[in-house]
Each structure stands twice: as C-alpha cells, then as structure tokens.
Ligand binder design. Sequence first.
Ligand code: ATP
Ligand code: MG
Length: 247
Amino acid sequence: MSEALIEARGLQIEFGGVKAADGVDLSVRESDHLAIIGPNGAGKTTFLNICTGYLRPKAGTVHFDGTEITGRSPRWITQRGIARAFQIPQLFLEHTVIENMLIAASARDRVRSLWRPMSASGARREMLDLLELMGVADLAGQVVTALPEGQRKLIDIALALALKPRVLLMDEPTSGVSSQEKFQIMDTLIGVLAHQKVTAVFVEHDMEMVERYAERVAVWDAGKIRIEGTPAEVLADAGVQRDVIGL
Ligand SMILES: Nc1ncnc2c1ncn2[C@@H]1O[C@H](COP(=O)(O)OP(=O)(O)OP(=O)(O)O)[C@@H](O)[C@H]1O
Ligand SMILES: [Mg+2]
C-alpha cells in the first residue's frame, strides 16, 4: 500500500459552539480519488480549509508528504503541492480566461524560478495546452462574467492545476453544472488528473458522481467521519442512505 500523502490526525475546530471538526482522522494516499460526502454544515469545507491553511485547528495536525503543515499559510502550503478549487470559484471576473491562467502561472513562476523565469509566450502556450487538455480551449478569450457557473468551476480547477500540484482538493466541482454536462466534464477532469498524476479529493453532493468517480468515500457528519470505504460499501450503508442520500 502506498504512503499517505495527506495525514490528518485529531482535528478539532469550533465556531460559536458548533463543532465543525470534532476529532477528524483521515489519510489520503498517493493517486487516491477520495470523495467527501455528508449533509450541509457537516464540516466538509472546513476540512479543506484546514488542509490548505485557511483555518487553523484548535487541536490536531495535518502532515503533507511527511512534513507538518498545520497552521501554515495558504501560500506556503500551495507552494509545496496542495492546490484547491473552491465551492465558489475565485476568479478575476473582468478578465478573460487566459488572463486568469497567466496570472496563476506568473505567481507560480515568480516563486519557483526567479533565476530562470518562463517566457511570456512559453507560459501562454503551457496554459493553452492545459485548457485544451480540459476541453475548454475555446473559452480562452472569453471574459469570466460571460461564463455560466459550471464553466467557471472548470476554469477554477484549471487555475489550480496550473500550479502543478501533487494533490488537488475540490469543493463540489460539478455543482452548478447541468446534468447533461457533468459526466463529460468529470470524465475529462479525471483523465487530466491521471495524465498529470495528481491525487484528488473532492467534496460531492451528487451520489451518481461519487459512485462513478470515487475510489474511496469518507462520510462527514457533525464534524466527524462517520464511515469510510469504497463507494459500494458506503452507499449501501443504511445510516448513510437515511441521513445523507435521503432515500
Ligand atoms: N469561518 C467560519 N466562521 C464561522 N462558522 C463557520 C466557518 N466555517 C464554517 N463554519 C460553520 O461550521 C459548520 C461546518 O461548515 P462547513 O462549511 O465546513 O460545512 P459543509 O459540510 O461544507 O457544508 P455544505 O455542504 O453546506 O457546503 C457550519 O455550521 C458552518 O456555519
Ligand atoms: Mg461546503
């Protein structure tokens, strides 16, 4: 079995008496496709926020590839290889898609290769190739405000991938995407993640997506992981069916 890439132990955080993390232990292994499911307010986004430095837990630790990252800044964590796509995409709305991509690439290259900055045309080519790989090269010249929610989500994911992460954490990647499009988008995305050898963690409310794209599932409930297993095991659980899927 491969080593854990992200190892969370005993995470706790509270907001005004609400325990958004109440002893969360989770290991994410290299090349995992792990889905996080659970009711609204269960603490799913909070977990991603702790792993990416947006929240500091009251107790507990997160290690990434053997290094403790608990309480480090989002920037420090991103530079070491954990990228994040948001529940609400974080894009420069008045700029075009390719401009957004170039801003991400330039932030990355300023950090990584001060002595050998990538040429502007090299970065543009690389970002266009990434958009092509994601099947959205035709959106490159569009201003973000002109795009529907689903396409904004894809571009937000492309921005995260532009950072060349080892792990990508995604918060509901296909919410806001039409049901006709979501499988095609996810097929493309999973293909890109395999191609770039990126480990994936995604929060998801749609059980069809979980069944089809996750290898493992962790079910969140009131700040705790209630059950963890393969999609078949988890989705067959009576408690999960009652409280999460609502059968
Ligand atoms: N920064 C914050 N400040 C105050 N309360 C917060 C903060 N972040 C989360 N919470 C609270 O913690 C709980 C868990 O929130 P979280 O956003 O992690 O849930 P979630 O599982 O992602 O829900 P959803 O499915 O609706 O996105 C909620 O009660 C939420 O209101
Ligand atoms: Mg959330």
